[in-house]
Design a protein around this ligand. Structure first.
Ligand code: HSE
Length: 398
């Protein structure tokens, strides 16, 4: 029997226990041994759970127990997840995390600690939930040079935007419904203001480039201001509105990363990703485009991803020395205002005057409909704002 500990018995942590029960035979076949939960660290007690006798409230027994080879950190938040993970690795235990916040903020430090102690730090579940997305960067794509990653990595906002389009309903109304159904948190800001997606694109940028962006390197746009008028405009432009996380990486290591609502053209597969689903497209000159699609959240899919890391470590497939190295590179980020896109632009007042102002700064534009609405060529947001400071602007992804 291989013994593991779970830090945080919430949605993902409790899902690990359920998947371990459901898939016990398959997991034992992969690892060559059974896996048992020896400790569950949580602030709460779970008197009605079959695991009640394993719940503890201090990390020390886990760190001191030589039988525990591996710790699953499913706490969320940076602290004390960071401190507990570092302490576990110092005690010679590998750590598996579903916690995108701690990986995005401290991935360089955590991976360095793992190397120093000859253990693994894996985080498949931190981006894309159940989609096998992280490990391919370290295996199948290891000899390739990823130049662009573009995707829908937040299920909550995708659900809201899908509903707004399909039912012609306002943002606030759909958000309230998503909260009632448990898709959106009571405080939904991390999802709807792009913060969750920003953490995920930070992690993907680091996997592709080796450079871990700082939080301030990546612009995060919100969907709070999206109106039914914007959704209808997207249809006129030939697409749908989606919250897109994107990074493009140049040969010198500089990257343009952002999270922003975009009009995604109907020819792009991302335009057809609906509801709580996630999809991520990865581009490299050798392989071309690869599209990953699946359930980006939820207890069982995310727990399954955690357990895939557990299996990789306990079966010996994940060799500690093949872990990625994340480093910081100040100045590597290209600010959002300097990133170039075609933009949808909507101004108030005279269409002729708006067009003249826009074309004076941005070059030729195409009218979209009868009002002061246009599609630009590849320009920066700064240029569009210089021309029409009060216009509604949305980047377009074809
Ligand atoms: N809040 C996240 C989402 C959960 O909506 O996608 C998964 O990271």
């Amino acid at each position: 029997m291989k013994h593991i500990a779970i830090l945080g018995f919430g949605i993902v942590g409790s899902g690990i226990a359920r998947v371990l029960e459901q898939n016990a035979a398959a997991i034992a076949r992969t690892i060559g041994d059974e896996v048992g939960i020896k400790y569950i660290l949580d602030l709460r007690d779970f008197p009605d759970s079959p695991y009640a006798d394993r719940v503890i409230h201090e990390i020390a027994p886990i760190l001191d127990d030589p039988e525990v080879a591996l710790v699953c950190e499913t706490m969320g938040g940076s602290h004390p997840a960071l401190e507990y993970s570092l302490a576990a690795m110092e005690a010679g235990k590998s750590v598996v995390s579903s916690n995108k916040e701690v990986v995005a903020n401290y991935g360089d430090l955590l991976l360095r600690k793992a190397r120093e102690h000859g253990v693994s730090y894996l985080f498949e579940a931190s981006v894309g939930g159940g989609i096998p997305l992280i490990r391919p960067f370290l295996t199948s794509l290891a000899s390739d040079r990823v130049t662009e990653i573009c995707g829908i990595v937040n299920g909550t906002t995708n659900y809201i935007l899908t509903k707004m389009k399909d039912e012609g309903r306002a943002f606030g109304e759909v958000l309230a419904e998503a909260q009632r159904l448990g898709y959106a948190e009571r405080d939904p800001s991390a999802d709807i203001d792009g913060i969750d997606a920003k953490r995920k694109i930070i992690i993907l940028t680091a996997l592709a480039s080796g450079i871990l962006p700082d939080d301030s390197d990546v612009y995060a746009g919100s969907i709070r201001g999206i109106t039914v008028r914007d959704i209808e405009a997207a249809e006129r432009v030939g697409g749908v509105l989606r919250l897109i996380a994107r990074t493009s990486i140049s040969d010198d290591g500089r990257f343009s990363a952002c999270v922003t609502p975009m009009i995604v053209g109907n020819a792009n597969p991302l335009a057809h990703v609906n509801g709580v689903y996630n999809a991520v497209s990865v581009t490299s000159p050798v392989t071309g485009d690869i599209l990953y699609y699946g359930r980006g959240a939820g207890s069982l899919p995310t727990a399954g991803a955690v357990l895939s890391d557990v299996a990789a470590i306990l079966s010996g497939a994940a060799k500690a020395e093949f872990a990625p190295v994340f480093r910081r590179m100040p100045g590597a980020a290209i600010p959002f205002d300097e990133q170039r896109f075609p933009f949808y632009v909507r101004a108030d007042g005279s269409a002729a005057q708006a067009r003249e102002k826009l074309e004076a700064v941005c070059g030729p534009v195409i009218p979209v409909g009868d009002d002061a609405e246009f599609e630009t060529g590849d320009v920066t947001a700064a240029a569009v704002r210089r021309a029409l400071p009060d216009a509604v602007i949305l980047p377009i992804l074809r």
